[in-house]
Design a protein around this ligand. Sequence first.
Ligand SMILES: *Cc1c(COP(=O)(O)O)cnc(C)c1O
Length: 342
Amino acid sequence: MKTYLRDHISSLTAYTSARDEFNDLRDQVFLDANENPYENNYNRYPDPYQRDLKDKIAAFRNWNTDNLFLGNGSDEILDLLFRCFVEPGKEEVLTVKPSYGMYSVLAKFQGIELKEFGLESDFSLDEKAFIEEINPNTKMLILCNPNNPTASVFNTSFLENTIAQFNGIVVIDEAYIDFSKTKSMADLVDKFDNLVVVQTLSKAVGLAGLRVGMAYTNKELVGVLNSVKAPYNISSVAQRAAIGVLEDTQKIQNQIQELLEQRDWVAKELSSMEKIEKVYPSETNFILFQVRNASLYYKELIQKGIVVRDRSKTYACDSCLRVSIGTPEENKRFIKTLKELL
Ligand SMILES: *Cc1c(COP(=O)(O)O)cnc(C)c1O
């Protein structure tokens, strides 16, 4: 794995914070971190390694805690991966288009070249042509699976072969994995040291406001990420609140189940509308659909108090709107309003 890191990252030693060395707040007198000693639930710095939260997430996912790194949302993790592995001005990242917009923001921010290989009009991938895009400077691949905004998935065998064969880092962004029948790549982390599986508590688990993202990868890279992240990257409020929500995994599973049923209902309703030209199959908690004058309907929906995403200017998404699955009441209101507008 070391060979993939940028040189100056391999040789970097982390700033060690006071709470690195001692973190068990019980039965100790802590006079090491210049905190205010008066207890108000927040006066101490949070655990820099989020140990209790990691145990909870590892149990929830059936993962090994030692292979887990947590970020301030998966966006922080993606940013760290760009910065650890890709040399600006020299090396490149390869992804597909359309995909998650943050990849190009992060690349631009770092002065890194991001090559975006276009998906077919049905959002399938010409796998052979994609692999041919790889050149000696391609350091990292990012594939969002299931993909945002297309709601589609890549072939599992293509992902497995790519991870096995690519001489560089492969990032699989699985933000929507809980809504999909496709297989997570997390199990392959034991086998391949160039694989980073990125997930988040923001979508299926319902904690977008807390900012907790996960990277599941080899232990060596977990160590590197720990040494480059901001020492206290996840607040104690967020850590405690996430632990609380993960106590009730049945509730999370029930919500996912309901969202899947609602997704099928919304898709069926959209398909029944004459003016809707296409409803793309979804492996996520949103639906992409094609309607003529999409931007006009987007604005009219807003006037009726319903906000969807206008994707009509996005590559291969001509005349497309993207709608997230809401509560049954919200979905009904969206469908009813759209029917009236159309
Ligand atoms: C929403 C989303 C994320 C962002 O997740 P955070 O953990 O909230 O930062 C990452 N990747 C994709 C593809 C997303 O759609």
